[in-house]
Ligand binder design. Structure first.
Ligand code: GDG
Length: 735
């Protein structure tokens, strides 16, 4: 494995030019804080934007800037101020951020900023391509760079690409409103592994992929023609040791070594030992629910007036995206609310809210964490929320209460905290009361469990899990059980075919010779296909069988009186040399009366599904239904049928968007073997795309050439990508 390349919008340091000299300031925010420890660990390069636009970089400082960044293992992507406006403040933060956090009303759909987003994503991709080797591992981060995976994939088809989204992925109903939804999904699908913080985000993403791109999704794998993409959840952890060590060190400091902020906090504690500090820390962002929290605090003070002068809310709101109008409005709203509440409740000796609108050094952050009795974090939506985890990590004696919004991704792993709905003021007020009264033993019990979990699943573990999973995925894609029919393998098969004296070919129809169609009757053969089949079947010493689950009427209409051999309905009927169909297998059909009404009830409740009645089987098709819903109903039907047919000699075949119920002693494998044993064949070949073809792959002798169409799990020896490749393969058999 080569080096790791991390790509995110911002680098781990932000550069500032101060009187001609360059200052590197550590970046604030979840992604930067989390990935820093991964970056410092080994051979890695971080590519991102330096925080300075081209216009802000004087020519004479350009080299110094590159050098300053190189010291931090970083390399910059150059952006003009216009590009930053369109890409970052525009599409990223006025379209994607609000949409993905369910603030639909704030989402702007501007073609210009989408164009800039595409252009800047290409710039990031170019920077990667310039720096990467094929054996490097590329890890792309977050919503600003969703098109980069596919852009890199096009230039470097074999390289390992991982993508992690740090914010929520919204439900399909929200995501579908984005005009460029398909482009965004396709951009992401350039990756080998796509990671989210929670299972819910993963689920939403897969549902959009299925519904908008119509791709085959099985569990958490997405099947493309030439690759499988894995989607998984990896809840991001923190650098636990860094926070807990810092807290320990803080608590041991002599008063004279303490920060000014700590000394002030201490003074208030000493003056009023029973008073409680409530802490809230976030970037000033509407998704974090700061204004709502202030309103809830006012509600609390009114509902529990005896806490007046006994609680203080410390709000640290870190300036963020102040170029975006929504953030300016929010700043105004928060300023006014703080003013109003302080005006309403303050006494000579007490101000209920301390409000800091700035970014603080790490040291002060620890002061706040270690001095606060309660951390109160109520985002309206939050991908994860690392502040909640950091607070717990700094509680060295395990005291302290965390009140956390259910809407934060971290709530999934922090059940021992007090979880609230940020919109329910009544519940919030009661929970603050509960937190204030909570006995220390209970606090320690809850935090003990949380600390163990956070210490174990820290940010290093998170990154390792992601990387391991990415490499495994690459490995799995490279070493499939069946091998892709490469040019070399194709030549080998062709040679075997041409040298053989008696050949037998089994060729499935739907999904193999012809693509799928919503109406099965419309997937009829084209002229080119007839020509190809005519030529193969007329070769000497060659028995070609079309083998299908279709009914004999359709195949009679499409192929007779052509002299192809045909086996239909999975092996019930056979036709040789242009003769009418006759029965190959004796099967009963009295069970149909019992099963038909069950299928009817599923058709009634599943719009778009329908029953196909074949002579000896019944098929329930759900290709035209909503994919998620269809899958759910298919699972349900499977359960119902399994118990219904327990005593009959029937089996249920789960095909491609179809479930077929038929007699157990009929399948393509059994039929193929009956034909195979009729003569002395020295070349046997079978090709098919779905589950029902697996019977052939399994039952034909080891020497047979078996080929699966598509990438799904198979017993076949080889695979090809799609129907086009099937025809190219068959053409090889012509003289
Ligand atoms: C995004 C997602 C997801 C904050 N103020 C200061 C400061 N911080 C540090 C905190 C924490 C980080 O910034 C904030 O992380 P969050 O996770 O709470 O939130 P976002 O910035 O919105 O991050 C979020 C995250 O990505 C990771 O995937 O959890 O859901 O929105 O580490 O400590 N650090 C310093 N001074 C401050 O004033 N030094």
């Amino acid at each position: 494995m080569g080096k790791t390349i991390i790509i995110s919008n911002r680098l781990p340091v932000q550069l500032q030019i101060d009187n001609g000299s360059i200052k590197a300031i550590p970046s604030v925010g979840g992604l930067a804080t989390g990935m820093k420890s991964v970056h410092s660990g080994g051979d890695s390069l971080w590519i991102g934007w330096s925080g300075l636009t081209d216009e802000e970089i004087p020519e004479e400082l350009a080299d110094d800037i590159d050098e300053a960044l190189a010291k931090h293992g970083s390399s910059k992507v150059k952006l003009t101020s216009e590009e930053v406006d369109g890409f970052y403040y525009g599409f990223s933060n006025r379209t994607i951020w609000p949409l993905f956090h369910y603030f639909l009303q704030y989402s702007e759909f501007e073609l210009d900023s989408w164009d800039t987003y595409k252009k800047v994503n290409q710039k990031f991709a170019d920077a990667i391509i310039k720096n990467a080797n094929e054996d490097d591992v590329i890890w792309i981060h977050d919503y600003q760079l969703m098109l980069v995976p596919q852009m890199v994939r096009e230039a470097m088809p074999e390289v390992s690409i991982g993508f992690f989204l740090h914010i929520p992925f919204p439900s399909f109903e929200i995501f579908r409103t984005l005009p460029w939804r398909k482009e965004v999904l396709s951009g992401l699908l350039g990756a080998d592994l796509i990671g989210f913080h929670t299972y819910d985000y993963e689920r939403h993403f897969l549902s959009s992929v299925r519904r908008l791109l119509g791709l085959e999704v099985s569990f958490n794998d997405i099947y493309l023609e030439d690759r499988i993409i894995k989607v998984d959840s990896f809840p991001m952890g923190i650098d636990y040791k860094k926070f807990s060590d810092a807290a320990k060190e803080h608590l041991q400091r002599e008063p004279k070594d303490q920060s000014e902020l700590q000394q002030r906090l201490n003074k208030h504690k000493i003056a009023n030992p029973k008073a409680k500090f409530l802490l809230s820390i976030d970037r000033l962002d509407y998704s974090k629910g700061i204004a709502k929290r202030l309103n809830a605090f006012e509600y609390f003070l009114n509902k529990y007036p005896h806490y007046k002068e006994k609680v203080r809310l410390i709000i640290l709101a870190v300036p963020s995206r102040s170029n975006v109008p929504q953030y300016q409005l929010l700043k105004k709203e928060v300023d006014e609310l703080v003013g109003r509440i302080n005006g309403e409740f303050s006494t000579v000796s007490w101000t209920p809210i301390w409000y800091f609108y700035r970014s603080m050094p790490f040291d002060n952050l620890i002061d706040l964490y270690t001095s606060s009795d309660i951390a109160w974090l109520t985002p309206i939506r939050d991908g994860m929320n690392l502040v909640a985890k950091e607070y717990i990590a700094t509680r060295t004696d395990k005291s302290g209460v965390l009140i956390l919004s259910e809407m934060a991704g971290s709530a999934n792993e922090m059940n021992e905290s007090l979880l609230i709905n940020p919109n329910n003021f009544e519940q919030i007020a009661d929970t603050i009361d509960e937190a204030i009264k909570m006995p220390v033993e209970e606090q320690q019990e809850r935090n003990g469990v949380l600390q163990k979990r956070l210490e174990r699943y820290n940010v290093e573990r998170w990154a390792n899990d992601f990387m391991t999973s990415l490499l495994e995925q690459k490995e799995a894609n490279n070493t499939e059980v069946s091998r892709k029919l490469s040019k070399k393998l194709l030549s080998e098969v062709e040679e075997k075919y041409k040298k053989s004296k008696k050949r037998l070919l089994f060729i499935d129809y739907d999904g193999t010779l012809a693509g799928f169609h919503n109406d099965p009757q419309k997937a009829s053969p084209d002229e080119e296909l007839y020509e190809l089949l005519d030529k193969i079947s007329s070769q000497e010493n060659t028995d070609m069988y079309l083998i299908s689950g279709r009914d004999k009427e359709t195949f009679t209409k499409w192929f007779l009186p052509k002299k192809y051999n045909m086996i239909v309905e999975h092996g019930v009927w056979i036709s040789k040399n242009g003769e009418p169909f006759s029965m190959l297998e004796n099967v009963k059909k009295d069970w149909m009366e019992k099963i038909h009404p069950v299928l009817e009830s599923f058709v009634d409740r599943t719009p778009g599904s329908f029953i196909e009645e074949k002579n000896y089987s019944l098929a329930w098709h759900y290709r035209k239904t909503d994919p998620d819903f269809g899958q759910k109903r298919a699972t349900e039907l499977n359960t119902v049928l399994t118990s219904l047919i327990a005593n009959d000699d029937l089996s249920v075949l789960n095909g491609n968007k179809v479930m077929e119920i038929k007699s157990s002693n009929v399948n393509k494998g059994r039929a193929a073997m009956r034909v195979y044993t009729e003569a002395d064949y020295d070349f046997a070949f079978a090709i098919g795309d779905d589950w029902t073809d697996e019977f052939m792959f399994q039952e034909l002798p080891e020497t047979a050439v078996t080929v699966k169409v598509g990438l799904q799990k198979t017993a076949a020896k080889y695979y090809v990508d799609g129907t086009k490749d099937v025809r190219l393969l068959l053409k090889r058999f012509l003289d």
